[in-house]
Every structure is written in C-alpha cells, then in structure tokens.
Design a protein around this ligand. Structure first.
Ligand SMILES: [Mg+2]
Length: 430
C-alpha cells in the first residue's frame, strides 16, 4: 500500500485528530450525578481501602493536587472532602462507544486508541466542515452537550503528531484544540524536554540525558546512524529498531493509517482466581500456583493485546468462617504482560503480605490496562524481545494444542494445578 501510494500521484496531506476525553471516568460519573458538579470527585479502584488506586480525578480534585494512579490514602491527605466513586466500567465502555459513534458521524475513519482516546482521519470529509479547528470545535460542543464530557483535540498530519499535539498543547490551552504543523516542529515540539516525547518514560529520559540528549530537538537532529551507535552501547545491537522509532517520533514521521475498529476497548482488569484442592501452607507451594495464575492472566492479556500496570494478588484462608489472608495491589515500573515481570511483582506482594496461615484460594489480576501495540518501542530489556517472542510462540502452541502441552517445570510438582486444570478444559481444544 505504501509503495502504491508513493508510485501514484502525491497523496494529499492527511488531517488526523486525536480526541481525548478529559478525566473520562470522573466526567462520566459527574454527568450522571449533578449533585457532585462542584465537588472534587475521583473514581478509585478499591474505594474501601486507602491503598486503592485513583483511576480518574476530576479537574476540581486535581486542583487539590490529586493525581491519577496515586493511592487513595495519599489523595485523601491532600483533599479530605474527596467524593470517592467505585468504577462502573460497563457504563464507561458504553459512553466510549457512544462517543465513537458521534465521531463516526463526521468520518468513517475512527480508531479507538484507548477507552478515552480515539484517532479520526478527517481528510476526506473536512471540506464539509471548513477548517480542522472548526470541525474539532463542532465535535467538542456536541459531546459536551450530549454526554457532559469535555474533549481535547490534537490535530496534525499523522497519528504521532496528533497525539503529541494533544498531550503537550491541547490539554493545556483554553480551547482544548491545537494544530501542530510539521513545519513548525522546530519552534514547538523540539524545544520540549526529552521526557515529554511520546513513548519516553522516566527510564528512557535518564538514558537519553546520559547520552547528552535533553530535548526532543536534540534527538531529532542526531543523525540516525549516530543515535543507533549511542543506543547500541547501552542496549546492544537489538536496539537499532528502537533507535529508528524514537528518531522518527522526534521528527514527526509516521505513515501508519487510522484503522477503523482495530482496537478493543480495554476491560477494567484481567484476572484469575483458583480454589486449591487442599490447604497450601508453604510459601514455595503458594508461589507455584501464583506463577501458574500469573501465566494464565498474562497469556490472556497477550491474546487480547493488553498489558497491565497494576498487579493484584489475593490469598484467602481455608476457614471461611474465620477469614484470613490478604488482597493487595502494587504498581509496576512499566505496564507489561510478560509473565516473569508480573510474577516478580506478585511474589513481592505475597512475601510482604502473607500472614503464614494456610491458603485455599489464590487470585492474580492485572489492571490499569492499556494497548500493547506500543511496547516494542517503549521497553528495552535486552532480553525482552526474545522473551516476548518466546511467549507469543508458547501462547500459539497452547491455543492450538491445549494448555497442558507446555508447562513450566514447577507445574509438574505436587503443588502445580495447571496440568489438572488444562485437562479439565482440554475437551474444548482440538
Ligand atoms: Mg483522557
């Protein structure tokens, strides 16, 4: 397709919008409950616990310093009058789909990127509406009126720049709309610190800074070959592809089309709970089940194209009349669906919180899910790509031949449940 386009007449420059819903879950809740209109509102994963995590904070709550992903206890310290709402994911998914349909009334090229962000390619229909800003204003007003949700629009000639325009500019100006022409990168994007670049987290910021690259402009103007050399020194030869991706992002180069409907809206969490055939009283045994559950959860996430940022582990005692056990969650350094990484965090939770009492039920889940299409570019363990390739391969084999065909060695120990479980559902595989 790419080749065809180059061979043919020069393609018209595209007009791509990234539309983002402000404080999405909190906005939906406030629209549903007018009595909270002027109150600081958050949606929290586990409202009964101070360790629950803030999934969304409304602008009033943010004025108190409340931020997404922090613990509820920390938010309450900053804002004691906080209104705390339990998430209603099905409602948010429904509203997100209603918003998709509104976007689709302006163009058929709408690609949901996450539950509250969607790409629109309006190249073909723009002539009906005037300028891109005028179109964005029209959509913005309609969603505000119909759903009470405020949307912000980054506008550019491709997805990367539209996303960049939204995150760095549209979210911060009064209109919520920002056009970022590629010709103006030098005066805009390139002046920003490297940490503001799409896909660059705190870890990569440190690495780039150590290479002497502290602005997006410096990265953009580093010759690609030079950048590859710099990154190879740090991450090895496999980093060439990432070097090129970063370099392209900094230069605003992105040919990827807006693909309608390529994205499933992320569920709130993916988890598995298992009742054990007997009490497990030794840490080593519980760890085996924990690994199996983690593997299942990660496998499901990989299959659906999600990764999770928060891992939760729950263990329940055998005596249901005298409840013992714990349920705790922690945020990992980066979102992931790699079994070993999630397992490491899960074990940490187990070791820290298990009271030593016999366990009968174990559960693992991943939440704060996001799409995993970006993660080849965003993460750099030298072994990560190999690990991912291996996991994709084993997932495929399990899908085809059943879960028991490939088991981790520990699953064959007496504590393992994977073999037994796979047999139980084995009839469904062919
Ligand atoms: Mg948002």
């Amino acid at each position: 397709m790419e080749v065809e386009r180059r061979r043919g007449a020069a393609a018209p420059r595209r007009v791509v919008l990234l539309a983002d819903c402000q404080s999405f879950y909190a906005s939906v809740e406030k629209a549903e409950r007018p009595e909270y209109k002027d109150k600081p509102v958050v949606v929290a994963g586990d409202p009964e616990r101070r360790s629950g995590i803030i999934l969304a904070a409304c602008p009033i709550a943010k004025q108190f310093g409340v931020t997404t992903a922090e613990r509820l206890g920390d938010s309450l310290a900053k804002c004691p009058d906080l209104v705390i709402i339990k998430p209603r994911m099905q409602l948010y998914i429904d509203v997100s789909m209603t918003i998709t349909r509104i976007y689709q009334s302006f163009t058929d090229l709408v690609e949901p990127y996450s539950i509250d962000e969607q790409f629109l390619d309006v190249t073909g229909s723009l002539h009906l509406y005037g300028t891109p800003e005028a179109l964005a204003r029209m959509i913005q007003a309609r969603i505000q009126e119909e759903l009470g949700v405020y949307t912000r629009f980054g506008i550019a000639e491709n997805k990367i720049l539209a996303k960049t325009a939204c995150d760095n500019y549209a979210k911060k100006n009064d209109s919520g709309i920002y056009v970022l022409p590629k010709e103006h990168l030098r005066e805009t994007l390139w002046t920003l610190p490297i940490g503001k670049m799409f896909m660059v987290g705190s870890r990569m910021t440190r690495h780039f800074n150590a290479m002497g690259i502290d602005t997006i402009g410096k990265l953009a103007e580093t010759p690609l070959e030079k950048l590859k050399q710099l990154m190879r020194r740090k991450f090895g030869k496999n980093s060439d592809i990432n070097a090129e991706l970063y370099w392209r992002i900094a230069n605003g180069i992105d040919d990827s089309p807006v693909r309608p409907g390529t994205h499933e809206v992320a569920p709130q969490s993916v988890g598995h709970m298992m009742t054990l055939p007997r009490d497990y009283a030794r840490l080593e045994e519980i760890k085996v089940v924990l690994l199996e559950l983690t593997e299942l959860v990660c496998q499901r996430c990989r299959g659906k194209g999600f990764m999770g940022h928060v891992v939760s582990v729950g263990c329940m005692g055998a005596d249901y009349d005298r409840p013992s056990g714990f349920s705790r969650q922690m945020k990992m350094a980066d979102p992931t669906n790699v079994t070993n990484q999630v397992y490491r965090a899960a074990v940490e939770l187990l070791v820290r919180h298990w009271d030593g009492m016999p366990v009968r039920k174990v559960g693992v889940s991943l939440s704060q899910l996001s799409a995993d299409d970006e993660y080849q570019l965003s993460l750099f363990d030298r072994d990560r790509e190999k690990t991912m390739a291996l996991e994709r391969a084993t997932d495929a084999i399990k899908r085809k031949y059943g879960d028991a065909t490939i088991l981790r060695a520990v699953s064959i120990t007496p504590a393992g449940q994977a073999q037994h479980r796979a047999r139980k559902i084995g009839g469904h595989y062919k």
